[in-house]
Design a protein around this ligand. Structure first.
Ligand code: VG1
Ligand code: CO
Length: 544
């Protein structure tokens, strides 16, 4: 089984986006396409030679085929040991946990997260480093540069391995160990949260919940943790079997795509608690009885209550949020007297702050919350955190959040997405906004005074690296904000994201409908960016 050296040629466009390289399955299926990118990982991460590599994915279409190729390439590139999740399954947070626990040099995760799966849908691949977190921009730029000059890759000729049985085998000079994808992760959750308290909550007869795994990777994790270890009744986990096409849906836990679950938390027979996770298990949505918790509020509530949970009893060292995430967490940080950081969109920007222990909790408005327990956002972790809080505080989700608003004020928040817009039109819209920026401060838009307007740039406080053009921010006096940016995870045209935030300190005005409260800001955003004229869209495709 000598490694073959296969001649190849560069493909254009193998630059990782917000979270890895995402393309249509058909693009990945072209001869040499996957191989080129994987070889670029091995060529730019020399520590993998002689090291341990974790491999797994969200179970989507092409997951198993890709893993077999990556294993043969890992062996040919001198990796000493590969740890693979049984059935090729590893959620993103579990992969991060396993990299850290087994002191691996890195991991390759196959996922396009919340994007649909299937032969005509999306696939993705990302590399995580030894700390367990997504590759930094410096690393992904090096990989991209390598893909542009690549002329060969190394691969063994060998039959497919059986990935469905735990245990070790050899592939050339490499050991392959098929591991339980859930065990290490479940043990970590048990170390962080008060499982007895949650167990009692589930058995109180006073609490009904459902967890929607959306036919994606968290099914087996949620069944083990919620149903088996915590004693939730059978059937608590819905859509619990990972399917290659996620049952035909978008495995995206939000009000638009998790409709069935949302409906179960409404009406006379409403559940007390509903939660969902995405394709690769790193996102979460939290619902109470007739109540939706915005991810921005969720981060703020977790920060304010962290001391009630065993894993964070000693308090938190700091908080970070992505720039478009609402400023609700900032107010909590100020109250606690801890640092608060505003980073560009994408989990990779939290890694340095977590490693340096400057922050304990972090989150994004896009249904991502996490902590220093791993280096990825973590869907089930957030769900368990909420369950732990409910068990300890003996209050409903709505009571906990409303009390939070009374104390800190409410940051009304919504995001409007315009999907698959013509790329040139979307770029033109952003250019138009950038040109307007210098003239905006001091102006009045729709009766609101612009306090600042800029194109967000970030200097990492730990390594000094700089990231520019991370989104256009317009801040108003009083704390309202409008943010515009283009998505870095889509695979078709461009997606324009418009993020809107309005601060309301008065408890008497905190119970209003979000879209109604936001309507003046929405109008300002649409007019300022000339959304309809430039994109041809009169309304957003998805509102969250
Ligand atoms: C989106 C979200 C971002 C998140 C990223 C990856 O990126 O906005 O907050 O980190 O997805 O999440 P973008 O560039 O499309 O806005 V996941 O769950 O896809 O790994
Ligand atoms: Co995800």
């Amino acid at each position: 089984m000598d490694p073959s050296v296969v001649p190849t040629q560069p493909f254009p466009g193998q630059r990782p986006g917000t979270s890895g390289l995402r393309k249509k399955v058909k693009v990945f299926q072209q001869p040499h396409y996957l191989e080129n990118f994987v070889q670029a990982i091995f060529d730019t991460r020399p520590e993998l030679k002689g090291g341990t590599l974790v491999i797994g994915g969200d179970g989507r279409y092409y997951n198993r085929e890709a893993i077999q190729v990556i294993l043969r390439m890992a062996a040919a590139n001198g990796v000493a040991k590969a740890l693979v999740g049984r059935g090729g399954i590893l959620s993103t947070p579990a992969a991060s946990c396993i990299i850290r626990k087994h002191k691996a040099q890195g991991g390759i995760i196959l996922s396009a997260s919340h994007n649909p799966g299937g032969p005509d849908e999306d696939f993705g691949i990302k590399f995580n480093g030894a700390a367990g977190g997504p590759a930094s921009e410096t690393m992904t730029e090096a990989m991209y540069a390598r893909t542009q000059t690549i002329d060969r890759y190394l691969i063994l000729t060998a039959p497919d391995l059986d990935l469905d049985r735990d245990g070790g085998t050899r592939l050339g000079g490499m050991t392959v160990e098929v591991i339980d994808p859930v065990a290490d992760y479940a043990a970590l959750m048990q170390a962080l949260f008060d499982f007895n308290a949650i167990h009692q909550l589930f058995n109180s007869g006073q609490f009904r919940m459902r967890f929607d795994a959306m036919h994606a990777v968290t099914g087996p994790y949620a069944q083990e943790i919620l149903e088996r270890r915590l004693g939730a009744e059978a059937g608590t986990v819905m859509n619990g079997i990972p399917l290659p096409d996620f049952g035909g849906g978008h495995p995206d836990p939000n009000l638009a795509h998790a409709r069935e679950l949302v409906a179960m938390t409404q009406g006379p027979d409403a559940l007390d608690f509903g939660a969902a996770s995405d394709g690769d298990g790193d996102r979460n949505m939290i619902l109470g009885k007739g109540f939706f918790v915005t991810p921005s509020d969720s981060l703020a509530v977790l920060a304010a209550n962290a001391h009630l949970v065993p894993g964070y009893q000693a308090g938190i060292s700091g908080v970070a949020r992505s720039m478009p995430t609402s400023q609700a967490a900032d107010r909590v940080a100020e109250h606690l007297g801890v640092e608060c950081f505003e980073t560009p969109t994408g989990w990779k920007f939290f890694g340095n702050l977590l490693d340096a222990r400057r922050i304990t909790l972090c989150g994004e408005e896009s249904f991502g919350t996490g902590s220093d327990h791993v280096r990825e956002k973590d869907g089930l972790w957030a769900v368990l955190f909420w369950l732990n809080l409910i068990a300890v505080r003996r209050q409903s989700v709505a009571e906990i959040v409303r009390e939070h608003w009374r104390r800190f004020g409410r940051n009304y928040y919504t995001r409007h997405d315009y999907e698959a817009v013509d790329s040139a039109a979307a770029e033109g819209l952003m250019d138009h906004l950038r040109i307007l920026l210098p003239s905006l401060p001091g102006q009045s838009l729709g009766g609101q005074h612009v306090a600042y307007a800029d194109d967000f740039a970030y200097t990492d406080p730990i390594d000094g690296s700089r990231s520019e053009h991370q989104g256009v921010r317009i801040g108003f006096e009083g704390g309202s904000r409008i943010v515009f940016r283009l998505s870095g995870t889509g695979t078709q045209g461009a997606t324009l994201r418009v993020y809107l935030e309005l601060y309301e300190p008065d408890p008497a005005k905190q119970g209003r409908d979000t879209q109604e409260v936001m309507s003046p800001l929405i109008l300002i955003a649409r007019e300022l960016a000339q959304i309809e004229r430039r994109t041809g869209r009169a309304a957003p495709d998805v509102i969250t």
